[in-house]
Write a new protein. Structure first.
Length: 428
C-alpha cells in the first residue's frame, strides 16, 4: 500500500459517467454511487454488541434531529442515569453480600465445609470487586517532567474546556485515544494511540485532545467508577456462566443450570446498556462540539474524516508487521531505523489519501453506519452534527515551535511503540 498516487480513468458500468480515481483505492462513481461500498458487512460479535450499536445509531439519529431543529444537547443527569446508577449500586451490593456471606461462613464455626464455602465466596467477591486503575507497565508512560511541552499543550486545551489537565500520558499502538483515571485519588490518565496521533495535523491533534478531555466535563456515566465497574462485574458473570463446549453428561446438566442465571445477567447488562446509551451518545456529541470550540470546526471535521480511514491504517500496520516477521531478526540499530521508517510510511500514506477516497468513505459510512466502537454514534452523524450552525474558530492554535518540541519529546516513546507494533502487531 504505497503513498504514490496511481491515477486511472474508466467509464462507470452503471451510468456511463467518467470515473477518475487512484487505483490504490476503490474505484467508484460519484454520479450514481456504483461500487461506493463493495465490502460485505461484517457480522456482529454477539447480541449485546448488536444491541449497543443499534442503540448508539438510534439515539445518535434522534439527538442529531434535535440539534437540527435548534435544540442543543446539554450534559444532564436524567432519570435513566439515576436508574443506571441505582442498578450499578445493586450489582455492587450483591458483590458486598457475597463478601459478607463468605466472612460469616468462615467465622461462624460451622465446620470445614462451611469454611471452604466461605473462602470460595470471598474469592468470587474479590474477583468481582471494583478495581482502581493503575498505570500500565507494558507501555511507555510519560509524566510532566518527561514531556513538558506536550503536557503544556494538554493543559492549555483543558483550561479552554474549564477542566483540569491529566497527571500522566500513556502512549501505545492503538488507533485510538481515551481518558480514564488511576489510583485511589482518581488521577487523570490520557491514552494516546501513536498511529492515530501520527496521521493527524497539529490542529486535528488539538481537536482529539479536546474531545477526550471534554469527557471529564460532560457527564458521561458509562466510564465512571460506579457504572463502569458494574458493567465489568456483569460482564465477568456473563462470561463465567457461558455454556461449556462439547459437554459430557454432567457438564450438560451444569449448562442447563447456567441457563436462567446467564439470561438474568445478560438482561441486566442489556438494561444497563439501554439506560446509559442515550446519555453516552449525548456525551460524544458534546465532546465533539467542545473539540470544535477548542481546535475549530474545520479541525474537528478533519478528525472525523481521519477516523474513517483507520481500517486502512490497520491493514498497513499489519502488512508492515508481517514484512518485519518475514525479514527475521535484526540488530538493535536496524530495528530502531525500521521503527522510524514505519511512522514515515504511515504519515506519507495518510497524506496521500485523495479527497475522493474520503468522500467515498463518508458515503459508505453513512450506508453501513461506520462507528468507532459500539458506544459511539455513527461517524457520519458526528460529522453532520459538527456542521450544524456557523463554523467556530479555534481557541487553541498550534504553534510550530511547540509542535516540533513535542515531536522530540515523543521520539523515544514512538520508537518503542513502532518496534512493538512490528514485533507483536496491533494486539500487543
Amino acid at each position: 500500500m504505497g503513498a504514490v498516487a496511481r491515477e486511472t480513468t474508466q467509464p462507470c458500468p452503471e451510468c456511463g459517467a467518467e470515473i477518475r480515481g487512484d487505483s490504490r483505492f476503490t474505484l467508484w462513481c460519484a454520479a450514481c454511487d456504483w461500487n461506493v461500498d463493495p465490502k460485505e458487512p461484517q457480522p456482529e460479535a454477539g447480541r449485546l454488541e448488536r444491541a449497543e450499536r443499534a442503540l448508539a445509531r438510534r439515539h445518535g439519529e434522534q439527538l442529531l434531529t434535535e440539534m437540527l431543529s435548534g435544540n442543543t444537547p446539554r450534559p444532564r443527569r436524567d432519570a435513566s442515569a439515576v436508574m443506571a446508577t441505582a442498578l450499578a449500586l445493586t450489582v455492587h451490593g450483591l458483590t458486598l453480600a457475597l463478601a459478607v456471606a463468605g466472612v460469616w461462613c468462615v467465622v461462624a464455626g460451622w465446620g470445614a465445609a462451611a469454611v471452604v464455602a466461605g473462602l470460595v465466596l470471598l474469592v468470587v467477591a474479590w474477583v468481582l470487586a471494583p478495581r482502581v486503575g493503575r498505570l500500565p507497565d507494558d507501555r511507555p508512560v510519560l509524566l510532566r517532567a518527561d514531556a513538558p511541552e506536550l503536557f503544556a499543550l494538554v493543559g492549555e486545551v483543558a483550561r479552554s474546556l474549564g477542566t483540569r489537565s491529566v497527571h500522566a500520558i500513556v502512549v501505545d499502538g492503538s488507533i485510538n485515544a481515551s481518558v480514564t483515571t488511576y489510583g485511589l485519588r482518581g488521577r487523570r490518565l490520557l491514552v494516546l494511540g501513536m498511529p492515530l496521533w501520527e496521521v493527524l495535523t497539529p490542529a486535528e491533534r488539538i481537536a482529539l485532545l479536546g474531545h477526550e478531555l471534554a469527557h471529564y466535563t460532560n457527564g458521561d456515566t458509562r466510564n465512571g467508577l460506579v457504572v463502569g465497574t458494574a458493567v465489568r462485574t456483569l460482564s465477568l458473570w456473563h462470561h463465567s456462566l457461558r455454556p461449556l463446549p462439547h459437554p459430557s453428561a454432567v457438564e450438560m446438566a451444569v449448562n442447563a443450570l447456567y441457563v436462567v442465571p446467564r439470561l438474568l445477567v445478560r438482561g441486566l447488562l442489556e438494561l444497563l446498556v439501554r439506560l446509559t446509551s442515550r446519555a453516552g451518545v449525548r456525551a460524544e456529541y458534546l465532546a465533539d462540539r467542545l473539540a470544535a470550540r477548542t481546535a475549530s470546526t474545520e479541525a474537528a471535521v478533519g478528525l472525523m474524516d481521519r477516523l474513517l480511514i483507520t481500517e486502512t491504517i490497520e491493514i498497513l500496520l499489519r502488512s508492515e508487521a508481517n514484512r518485519a516477521a518475514l525479514g527475521g531478526s535484526r540488530s538493535t540499530r536496524e530495528a530502531a531505523a525500521r521503527a522510524d521508517e514505519l511512522w514515515g510510511l504511515l504519515t506519507a500514506y495518510a497524506a496521500s489519501v485523495p479527497e475522493h477516497e474520503y468522500e467515498r468513505q463518508r458515503r459508505a459510512g453513512a450506508r453501513r453506519g461506520h462507528q468507532v466502537d459500539t458506544t459511539h454514534p455513527p461517524t457520519h452523524l458526528r460529522r453532520a452534527c459538527l456542521l450544524v450552525g456557523e463554523p467556530v474558530a479555534a481557541a487553541v492554535v498550534p504553534q510550530a515551535p511547540q509542535t516540533e518540541r513535542i515531536v522530540k519529546e515523543l521520539a523515544v516513546a514512538r520508537t518503542e511503540v513502532a518496534r512493538r507494533l512490528l514485533r507483536d502487531g496491533l494486539g500487543y
